[in-house]
Design a binder for this molecule. Structure first.
Ligand SMILES: [Fe+2]
Ligand SMILES: [Fe+2]
Length: 402
């Protein structure tokens, strides 16, 4: 096969000889002519020129070595041809440990394919029993922030409500970035064997992009504008806490940690706030936006919760994993309480919206505290169902202290 070798090992070509003459001792640069000569002299290419093909993949026996399987016919089900239909027909249920190669699950490969040191190779590290169905749902329920929102029906709002909604949406715009920026860099770390997680996280990145898009569009669509960017660590820094620097916190050091912190703690809270958004939204268009983002967000939280369950059921040492998760949750809850529920811009914009205006601020604040308490209860019951009981350890205070 053609090998693109390092510059030092390329055979001398006329061009390279010229370089050597002109600049003796200098590392030789690969030229187009030199590369073409190298390709042409490759034994396989030379064989092809004389009518000799390889065809080892074509002649390989299915299920052994170079060819995966043959005679598989996956039949579409009611919704079309789903990944579940493929899985049933191809019988490529993932094993607990992925091989250290770059190959799609079910493919054959040559013995000399070489090792790929994937970072995430254990099923227990990524799996959730609903992962593939969530991906199919993500694909079938994609929506379009340009055309699927009835923008023309947006009605003018009083100044205080428009300003509060723009502030809240500015915060949400930033939260959507956080999710994508933290999750997407993990894509190349998953072994190709677990295509389900690669596909699902890619679909989530698209969901979050659309959320940022729709909040940005709403901010500029009704006479308002972008509000104040939130300052990380504001509330706890004032109280003497040490979470001011997001980059230095260890929440994002493994996929299990990332998924718990983002899918379960952060997006669980966001999901509760989107549900509240139907109440916060003062126009049908705003309610529609919150409904649409909520259905996407529910998938993200669902993966995180079911992954947590799979992790606790299948980790090599479940008890130490549970303790590790408790320690992580201690930090994640503090971090996201600060990022989210103690942000002045979020507290105050939600209080104005819930109180139907600046005059109803005190009443709105009580409603906000009620929503927080509901979020906390939903979070605790969700993780308890997954096998992590934090009733006694939760760092979210039972009530917001104001
Ligand atoms: Fe989102
Ligand atoms: Fe999300």
């Amino acid at each position: 096969m053609v090998e693109v070798e390092t510059i030092d090992t390329i055979e001398a070509t006329t061009q390279n000889d010229k370089q050597e003459e002109a600049h003796p001792g200098r590392p030789r640069r690969l030229t187009a002519e030199g590369f073409a000569a190298k390709v042409a002299s490759d034994p396989y290419i030379a064989g092809l020129r004389s009518g000799k093909a390889d065809l080892s993949w074509f002649n390989a026996e299915p299920g052994k070595g170079m060819w995966g399987s043959w005679g598989v016919r996956a039949l579409p089900s009611r919704r079309g041809l789903t990944l579940m239909d493929i899985e049933r027909a191809a019988d490529t249920e993932p094993q607990l440990q992925a091989p250290s190669v770059t190959a799609p699950r079910g493919a054959g490969y040559a013995e000399d394919i070489g090792e790929t040191p994937w970072e995430i190779n254990g099923k227990w590290e990524v799996w959730a029993d609903n992962l593939v169905t969530l991906y199919e749902e993500a694909c079938s329920r994609q929506w379009n922030a340009t055309a699927d929102i009835d923008w023309s029906r947006l009605e003018p709002l009083p100044h205080d409500l428009e300003r509060a909604l723009c502030q809240y949406n500015t915060f949400l715009t930033m939260g959507e970035y956080l999710a994508t920026d933290v999750l997407a860099p993990w894509l190349p770390r998953f072994n190709t064997y677990f295509h389900e997680i690669k596909l699902f996280i890619a679909s989530q990145a698209m969901d979050e992009a659309r959320h940022t898009e729709v909040f940005r569009k709403r901010i500029y669509a009704n006479g308002g504008g972008m509000g104040m960017a939130i300052k990380l660590g504001g509330a706890l820094a004032r109280a003497g806490g040490g979470m001011a620097n997001a980059a230095s916190n260890p929440l994002f050091s493994s996929w299990r940690d990332v998924s718990f912190a983002i899918h379960v703690v952060f997006e669980g809270a966001i999901l509760s706030m989107f549900r509240f958004g139907e109440f916060l939204g003062k126009t049908d268009v705003d309610k529609q936006i919150f409904r649409m983002v909520m259905q996407d967000e529910a998938r993200h939280v669902s993966y995180g919760t079911m992954h947590l369950k799979f992790l606790l059921d299948n980790a090599p040492d479940p008890e130490s994993e549970r303790e590790r998760l408790h320690a992580l949750a201690d930090m994640a809850e503090v971090f996201f309480l600060d990022l989210f529920f103690l942000q002045p811009g979020t507290i105050e914009s939600c209080a104005i919206l819930a109180g139907e205006g600046l005059d109803g601020f005190a009443r709105g604040l009580e409603i906000y505290k009620g929503v927080y308490a509901k979020m906390r209860a939903e979070y605790l019951s969700r993780i308890k169902r997954a096998g992590l009981d934090r009733t006694e350890r939760c760092m979210f205070p039972s009530d917001l202290p104001f």
